[in-house]
Ligand binder design. Structure first.
Ligand code: HEM
Ligand SMILES: *[C@@H]1O[C@H](CO)[C@@H](O)[C@H](O)[C@H]1NC(C)=O
Ligand SMILES: *[C@@H]1O[C@H](CO)[C@@H](O)[C@H](O)[C@H]1NC(C)=O
Ligand SMILES: CC(=O)N[C@H]1CO[C@H](CO)[C@@H](O)[C@@H]1O
Length: 329
């Protein structure tokens, strides 16, 4: 083929049109996909107003939605399959048992079905709602492309999510399969700037049985922090298993900021996987860079959330637009 530089303008346009047709075999996501498709309603504005109302009542919704987007997109792509109810669906897999926010997605869907039935996919609602919650929580505003469709399949045995005790190398390897690199991985884990876990996630592995040794505390945890956890938050009794442990400091638990990385520098990461990003020399520089530059974290966080939101999506005539997010049509 002649190079574009040597082509006449009409020849170039024909060439571009042919290329567009070839690419069009698989429909693409696009900005403002729903513009003009929902009668007089602005779909993105409807989503945003419902997220805003929920955020005002419960700011932790930002954590629920971020985790929901992660669990959705990491398993067969951002396809709404996490939302399906019933025996053996993705939702029933152990890591999903503590995912929350399904009710908000259902509320948004119901509202949009009233305005334009069968138009807006559940997978797009998940991505738009997360985007809106992140901005409300002080995170970066960012544009997302839409036009995702919902998969007609959801299987618990497809769910392979990373472990809380992963090394940095294991975490990076996990995200490499999703098209991410080490830098992206460290930025993605920055989602742990919001939300919480439970004592059961750290008692045995970090506070009372590190390395399989009874009574051992993870030496990689700042001793003062470990002692606060042991004394006040997660005492060594089984009744503390369900106690809340904020992944970032309590005051920052619903704020999307780079404080998480500063905590890692102080060896106050909560999950082993968090602290490992700093302990490992191959990712430590990324933690240091994000910790010292709040603006950089904001722009990078937006970038990786967009990247995550486009993993293995269905478009065009693939899948379906569900009527109810928890059920196939
Ligand atoms: C190696 C990767 C990751 C591991 C091992 C991991 C693990 C965990 C664990 C164990 C919890 C606590 C769950 C509980 O106790 O109920 C948690 C919570 C959370 N995760 Fe992750 N996670 C990872 C990556 C991500 C990513 C990529 C995101 C989002 C982009 C994310 C967002 C969240 C949020 C927001 C919470 C708090 C949820 C809440 O407060 O309800 N995580 N994660
Ligand atoms: C517009 O609203 C009406 C009434 O809800 C509905 O029947 C129709 O399908 C809507 N149009 C579109 C494009 O969704
Ligand atoms: C924690 O409790 C268990 C069971 O009661 C006990 O065997 C163990 O020694 C305790 N560990 C520490 C570090 O206190
Ligand atoms: C939040 C949620 O829907 N959790 C569900 C996960 O799966 C179990 C087992 O099917 C359900 O009981 C939970 O309600």
């Amino acid at each position: 083929m002649a190079s574009a530089a040597r082509m006449s303008a009409p020849a170039l346009m024909v060439t571009l049109a042919v290329l567009a047709l070839v690419a069009g075999g698989r429909a693409q996501l696009q900005y403002g996909f729903y513009k003009g498709k929902c009668n007089a309603s602005d779909v993105e504005a409807v989503v945003q107003s419902l997220v805003k109302a929920r955020f005002a009542r419960e700011a932790a919704i930002v954590a629920y939605l971020l985790r929901l987007q992660f669990h959705e997109c990491a398993v067969n792509g951002c396809d709404g399959s996490l939302l399906i109810d019933g025996p053996g669906t993705e939702k029933t897999a152990p890591p999903n048992l503590s995912v929350k926010g399904y009710d908000l997605i259902a509320t948004i869907k119901a509202e949009l079905e009233k305005k334009c039935p069968g138009v807006v996919s559940c997978s797009d609602i998940e991505i738009l709602a997360t985007r809106d919650a992140v901005a409300l929580a002080g995170g970066p505003p960012y544009a997302v492309r839409t036009g995702r469709r919902d998969r007609r399949q959801s299987r618990a045995y497809d769910v392979k999510l990373p472990g809380a005790d992963y090394t940095a190398a294991q975490a990076v390897a996990y995200y490499t399969r999703l098209g991410m690199n080490a830098y992206d991985t460290v930025v993605l884990l920055g989602a742990h700037t919001v939300g919480a876990t439970h004592c059961s996630a750290i008692k045995n592995s970090r506070l009372y049985g590190y390395g399989g040794k009874p009574g051992a505390t993870d030496p990689g945890m700042d001793p003062a922090t470990a002692s606060v956890y042991k004394r006040y938050v997660c005492p060594n009794v089984s009744s503390s298993d369900g106690n809340t442990v904020f992944l970032d400091d309590q005051w920052s638990a619903v704020k999307v900021d780079n404080h998480y990385y500063r905590n890692l520098q102080l060896r106050r990461g909560v999950l082993s996987v968090d602290q490992n990003l700093y302990n490992d020399g191959s990712t430590r520089w990324i933690v240091d860079q994000l910790a010292s530059n709040a603006g950089l974290f904001q722009s990078q966080f937006a970038r990786v959330l967009v990247k995550l939101s486009e993993v293995n999506v269905l478009t065009g005539t693939q899948g379906e637009i569900r009527k109810v997010c928890s059920k196939f049509n």
